[in-house]
Design a protein around this ligand. Structure first.
Ligand code: MBD
Ligand code: FE
Length: 287
């Protein structure tokens, strides 16, 4: 089944799901939010979601077999560690839309399950950590961070993305810890220059419970190729976004519903085979 001279990373749903679950739990703020949400709010939201479920059951005459299939599937999502994946793929986009609707700067997109804080600081101009033989078209990205009034900002771009096989470091085995994860800090001119490679389109793990839902419903598992960023500056709202590439067949058909037209890059092929791109960020001051 395998050859022994070429180790091929096998990313299982259970392994990347367990990593995503551990990563989420390591950050205490979600549990603070559980404690801090008022009883009236929990009552309202929980009751409304349950009522929507009851209405679906009645409207479509859901059977006991279907109810038990749901129960088995929900148990499996937890066992596979896929709650972060499930929620970020099918729910987060609506939360993101509400959370950023007031902004006049960039609004961004969902975070997804694979962010890791404190990636290596590479200054204002640097190359993402990558293997010597990292595959993929080289991408050189020039940009600035400014405030909504045009003032350049001393800020930070945290960038993380999959490799040319669609794998994220720290969630798939066999990759260096910080592969394709880095932080770029801007000076007083707000400018940064990032060298990386173009990631591949990404298929969410198909061997776990999310994959079973996708197969059972006849959906597909693809996200278009994307770069993830968190852009921050003192006194400004944190921007979480993703950037996409023109012509990707899944830009119009993203399993996570996270593509917006203003997030599609316009890379320009260069004589040396690389691509150059300009993309700037505008942050809203904290209200
Ligand atoms: C990803 O890489 C991702 O960005 C999202 C939103 C969901 C699953 C995998
Ligand atoms: Fe992603």
């Amino acid at each position: 089944m395998t050859t022994f001279d070429t180790p091929v990373p096998t990313a299982t749903a259970a392994a990347s799901g367990a990593s995503a679950t551990d990563r989420f739990r390591a950050d205490k703020s979600p549990y603070d939010a559980v404690r801090d949400t008022p009883r009236e709010r929990v009552d309202l939201l929980a009751r409304e979601v349950l009522t929507a479920v009851h209405e679906t059951v009645r409207r479509h005459k859901v059977t006991y077999d279907e109810y038990n299939a749901l129960k088995a599937w929900l148990i499996g999502v937890g066992e596979d560690g896929e709650w972060p994946l499930f929620l970020d793929a099918w729910v987060e986009h609506a939360v993101e839309d509400v959370a950023t609707s007031h902004r006049s700067g960039n609004r961004g997109s969902i975070e997804g399950p694979y962010y890791v804080p404190n990636s290596p600081d590479l200054g204002a101009d640097g190359e993402m950590p990558m293997r010597p033989d990292e595959q993929g078209t080289p991408l050189v990205w020039n940009g600035t961070i400014t405030s909504t009034d045009g003032t350049p900002l001393n800020g930070k771009v945290e960038l993380w993305h999959a490799d040319a096989d669609g794998f994220y470091s720290q969630f798939a085995p066999g990759l260096p810890q910080w592969n394709l994860r880095g932080s770029f800090t801007t000076g007083p001119d707000g400018a940064f220059r990032i060298r990386t490679i173009r990631p591949a389109p990404y298929q969410i793990p198909t061997d776990g419970s999310c994959g079973k839902l996708i197969a059972a419903a006849g959906w597909h598992a693809w996200r278009p190729a994307h770069l993830h960023v968190k852009v921050s500056a003192p006194g400004h709202e944190l921007l979480t976004a993703q950037l996409y590439f023109p012509g990707d067949p899944h830009n119009d058909d993203d399993i996570a519903t996270a593509v917006k037209p203003e997030l599609v890059l316009a890379p320009v092929p260069q004589p040396d085979g690389s691509e150059a791109v300009v993309y700037d960020f505008v942050l809203d001051p904290v209200r």
